[in-house]
Design a protein around this ligand. Structure first.
Ligand SMILES: [Zn+2]
Length: 78
């Protein structure tokens, strides 16, 4: 096992890939571990999950880009 913990920045960068299930197992475990320990990233993940569900539930094929960008900006400020 690599003793190379991910930084918050790395986790955030890979959050979408992680949510898509496109990360490999090792990476996925590393992200899981970080999320368990890091409240900030954990709530960020929950937020992204909810946002995705909302976007998917709205029935629109395209993600509302503008909303998405605005939300990300709010997140980046926190
Ligand atoms: Zn973190």
């Amino acid at each position: 096992m690599s003793e190379n913990p991910l930084t918050c920045e790395e986790v955030v960068q890979q959050l979408f890939t992680y949510l898509d299930g496109d990360v490999d197992d090792t990476r996925s475990v590393e992200i899981d571990r970080h999320l368990e320990a890091c409240r900030e990233c954990c709530s960020r993940l929950e937020f992204e999950k909810r946002l995705r569900k909302k976007i998917q539930g709205s029935g629109t094929q395209q993600a509302p880009e503008r909303l998405y960008r605005r939300v990300r900006r709010i997140l980046d400020q926190s």
